[in-house]
Design a protein around this ligand. Structure first.
Ligand code: NAD
Ligand code: MG
Length: 391
């Protein structure tokens, strides 16, 4: 019997996650059919992917790149489109059953919502969307019968640990964090660090935004909020442990004290495969974990003084409503300014703190409200950064 291939759309195909997903798909050619590819820019790479995977549809968000994409697609008989709306078409393509959402940041919100509203199985890498709109995304998924599956390695681990467990028997979730490049750095070293040092991640190779989030530990803050929405557990019962080896991807403590963890190599293709195949498990072409050859496993509590972003994220989650929208918006703006060499490392948490202090949260149950809070928080963060954060 020949097996039906899984038809899939990939949003953010030119990014770190998108490229790793396509690498995996190329190794499993009779299991997946690529229906749509969409990206923000990097048109030459997108064209190369279109040539290789022959999707039905290709989209690029930046209008300037569309002419080049269209020429290449026409020659291959592939339909193409440009601009923000084209991402929504890729996300809701009628032939795609699974959609990998791997756009970075708030730019992924509308496309992710389109995939959810289309009732797709959504493999979600784009954690910022849950931080901004968790409540709305869950409500829309309930309405359309979409299934939300995490790609983030920690949440993939939690999802696996929780298979078959009753929610009321869970005591707490423990997210592991590598600690990033500054785990052992002094505050002075961090204050003086530029983008190059902050981008040097010890265990994971990722896009620039999440790499800076890993250096500030905001990544873990965003992941606490992500875990809250995915698993329905409140902030007080979600903890973070540093685990520099990045082999235990997260843990669940049950109420009887038993602790369940998931382990695997430090390779995002593992959680990507899980989200693209759930509830099945396929034979994997990826390298396997050799525990006898692994380094000793360490676990430590994070230093909340050097990593204020953790507390800022938890405070925003507790405040509720649009507070997490403001948190995410301020973080995106401050990280971009830091990557551009315009501000210093601790200006990131300082900016977020100021934006959150001024933000008056309202319920985040409608897209318009969320987009309005996002826009005003971005504007406020820009103002704070351009005046000098200490001012
Ligand atoms: P990346 O910067 O490498 O790639 C981002 C992708 O999004 C690219 O394809 C880019 O073209 C697209 N994009 C950017 N701006 C866009 C816009 N305005 N409109 C449309 N598309 C746009 O990022 P990444 O590291 O692949 O991360 C993607 C998402 O996955 C992030 O939310 C990140 O937090 C999450 N994630 C990544 C990793 C990882 O290992 N890289 C791990 C866990 C979670
Ligand atoms: Mg993660």
């Amino acid at each position: 019997m020949t097996q039906k291939k899984t038809p899939i759309a990939i949003l953010g195909s030119t990014g770190s996650i998108g490229v790793q997903a396509l690498d995996l798909i190329a190794q499993l050619p009779d299991r997946f059919e690529v229906i749509a590819l969409a990206a923000g820019s990097k048109v030459p790479l997108l064209i190369e992917q279109v040539r290789r995977f022959r999707p039905r549809f290709a989209a690029v968000a930046r209008e300037e790149g569309f002419a080049e994409l269209r020429r290449a697609c026409e020659a291959l008989g592939v339909e193409s489109a440009g601009g923000g709306e084209s991402l929504l078409r890729a996300a809701s393509h009628p032939l795609a059953e699974r959609v990998l959402c791997a756009i970075v940041g708030g730019a992924g919100l509308r496309p992710t919502l389109a995939a959810i509203q289309g009732g797709k199985v959504v493999a979600l890498a784009n954690k910022e969307t849950l931080v901004m709109a968790g409540e709305l995304m869950l409500a829309e998924a309930a309405r359309s019968n979409a299934l939300l599956l995490p790609v983030d390695s920690e949440h993939s681990a939690l999802h696996q640990c929780l298979r078959g467990e009753r929610r009321e028997e869970v005591h707490r979730l423990i997210l592991t964090a590598s600690g990033g490049p500054f785990r052992l750095a002094s505050r002075e070293q961090m204050e003086a660090a530029g983008p190059e040092e902050a981008l040097r991640h010890p265990t994971w190779e990722m896009g620039p935004k999440i790499s800076i989030d890993s250096a500030t530990l905001m990544n873990k803050g965003l992941e606490i909020i992500e875990a809250h929405w995915l698993f329905g557990i409140e902030a007080a019962r979600i903890e973070v442990l540093l685990h520099p080896q990045s082999l235990v991807h997260s843990l669940v403590e049950m109420r009887d004290g038993s602790v369940i963890c998931q382990m695997g190599t430090t390779d995002m293709r593992g959680p990507i495969l899980y989200a693209l195949t759930y509830p099945d498990r396929w034979s994997s072409p990826l390298p396997r974990l050799d525990l006898a050859a692994a380094p000793p496993l360490e676990f430590q509590r994070p230093d909340v003084q050097r990593f204020p972003c953790l507390a800022l994220a938890t405070a925003a989650l507790r405040a509720g409503g649009t507070a997490t929208v403001a948190l995410n918006a301020a973080n995106e703006v401050a990280v971009a300014a830091f990557l551009g060499g315009r501000v210093r490392f601790f200006d990131i948490p300082r900016t977020i703190e100021k934006v959150l202090e001024e933000h008056v949260p309202v319920p985040a149950d409608a897209l318009e409200t969320i987009l309005r809070a996002d826009e005003s928080s971005r504007r406020r963060a820009e103002q704070i950064l351009s005046k000098g954060v200490a001012a």
